[in-house]
Ligand binder design. Sequence first.
Ligand code: AMP
Ligand code: TRP
Length: 330
Amino acid sequence: MKDLVFSGIKPTSVPHLGNYIGAIKQWVDIQKNHRCLFSIVDLHAITVPQDPKEMRQNTLDIAATYLACGIDPARSTIYIQSEVAEHAELAWILGTVTKMGELERMTQFKDKSQKGGRERAGLGLFAYPALMAADILLYDTSAVPVGEDQMQHLELARVIARRFNQEFGETFVIPQALIQKHGSRIMSLQDADKKMSKSDESKSGTIMLDDDADAIRKKIMRAVTDTGGGVYFEPEKKPAVSNLMTIYHHLSGKTMKEIETLYEGKGYGDFKKDLAEIVVDYLGPIREKLETFRREPGELHKVLDAGRDKAKAMAEAKMELVRERVGLGR
Ligand code: AMP
Ligand code: TRP
């Protein structure tokens, strides 16, 4: 049987270019020769406050984006995490073999709890990695394609799986992270020290997948560059330009060397103008499909219904084994 691949995105907004390059784009290739599950992880989204109405729309938008970007529902299972209750059940059980100390070391928890202070951070935010481990382990996942920011969570999922197996007997497959060489961490267009994110205060640092051509052009032309001209891929010395080159590389298929040669002796202005058109052309069809799904969500619901049923059947079988191993029920 082919190895199983699992990944997910939180419905906290429409996905952005970092989500696309760091995650979704890889998934489209991987699905050609793996069984895949791609979830919309709404239980993770609510670990920080969400507007319920907006989150519902975002959930459908993420599903629509998966399809618009080329995830094929005939090959891959697309479903909403909360519609398969086994995720929450397994997360609780895994929470009993997860150490407070391990959760305290998670940089995402440290970052996200910083604002209100630890005292006011929610239990859900703290337990986030146990839920993520449940997502992955529930399906005997062998590979998890994610951006670099998820590496620490994935390491912890491996620790939890090994510990459970040791305590209760072989139950879970130990998953591997799949992180690509370039593009696993797309940075903000306004600050090359910060990753591109949905929550960036400076909206012009993040390209949303439903941005129109004008918005994309403006954001790219305003993107920060580095001192001392030259289009070279040198992430240490030229972090901002290297980030723009990474986007160029992923959306044009050109290698870093080819891009360097193309812009030898040219300024940042020429480079950015071309990059803007590449991004506009690339995202145009994705945005159109996304808008079609927004107008006519019928097909989307069919895909999500079928995905839920398929995921649920797999999750139920695994949970039966887990309950037996742990001694739950009669
Ligand atoms: P999230 O939006 O946090 O649910 O992230 C969904 C997926 O996108 C995860 O695999 C992340 O690692 C990936 N991701 C998020 N932001 C970036 C970024 N700036 N660069 C690359 N990958 C990213
Ligand atoms: N925590 C991931 C993120 O913020 C989303 C996620 C939840 C996920 N469960 C997962 C990713 C399981 C991969 C596998 O990006």
